[in-house]
Design a protein around this ligand. Structure first.
Ligand code: COA
Length: 187
């Protein structure tokens, strides 16, 4: 178990912490799964890809303008990696962040990502003091759309052919949530 400094936020069931060497195998298993990769940019993800990705993340700091930081989502009880949430701090406006998220297939359908993201949103707005969270999703990605709408993010746009995925241009929805909206509901 990592020391408490590597934990950014937590809920009853999950901790949001920095990636660690112990996560490589689980991270590889879900990234290499075609059902997880379906609406994502990567294809044929290898163990070596996972190894270098995790090792790189172990050296990174969150909240650096112009970079993505990948937060590990692990079970509180066992510290087992079950997914991740990436946060992109925009270079042009670091008070706005973009999020992306993944949950290993065997942990889907139990509300884990909703629980993790609720806590991450609180951390983004109240600890990092960000102004706005945005997210983009492939319009065919129904599970992701349900996650974003359950968090009461607002669909602000339908962006035609906005993303090149596996050789095809795909449409995306853009979602957003303001700090003021979050605070009005939760504080
Ligand atoms: C997007 C993704 C994370 C969603 O995972 P998920 O398991 O559906 O989301 P949650 O963990 O919030 O679980 C929600 C489901 O659990 C159910 N559930 C069961 N127990 C629950 C509980 N205690 N609390 C809340 N929900 C619960 C909900 O009813 C919901 O089911 P529904 O969507 O059929 O209504 C997952 O599909 C994924 O990793 N996809 C691949 C990567 C990807 O495309 N990411 C999006 C990029 S933006």
């Amino acid at each position: 178990m990592k020391n408490a400094n590597s934990i950014f936020t937590r809920t009853n069931r999950v901790v949001i912490r920095q990636f660690d060497r112990q996560d490589i195998e689980a991270f590889y298993q879900y990234r290499a799964n075609p059902s997880i990769a379906k609406f994502q940019s990567w294809e044929n993800y290898t163990y070596e890809d996972a190894e270098s990705f995790v090792q790189h993340q172990m050296t990174q700091k969150p909240n650096q303008p112009g970079t993505w930081f990948q937060y590990a989502i692990a079970l509180s009880e066992s510290n087992q990696l079950i997914g991740d949430c990436a946060i992109h701090t925009l270079d042009s406006e670091p008070r706005i962040v973009e999020i992306g998220f993944t949950l290993a297939p065997e942990y889907q359908g139990m509300g884990y990502i909703h629980e993790a993201l609720s806590s991450i949103f609180e951390y983004i707005f109240m600890t990092l003091n960000k102004h706005k969270i945005i997210a983009f999703t492939d319009v065919r990605n129904e599970k992701s759309i349900r996650v974003l709408e359950r968090l009461e993010m607002r669909r602000e746009g339908h962006l035609l052919q906005n993303y090149m995925s596996k050789g095809h241009w795909v449409d995306e929805y853009q979602y957003a949530l303001l700090q003021s909206e979050w605070a009005a509901k939760h504080h």
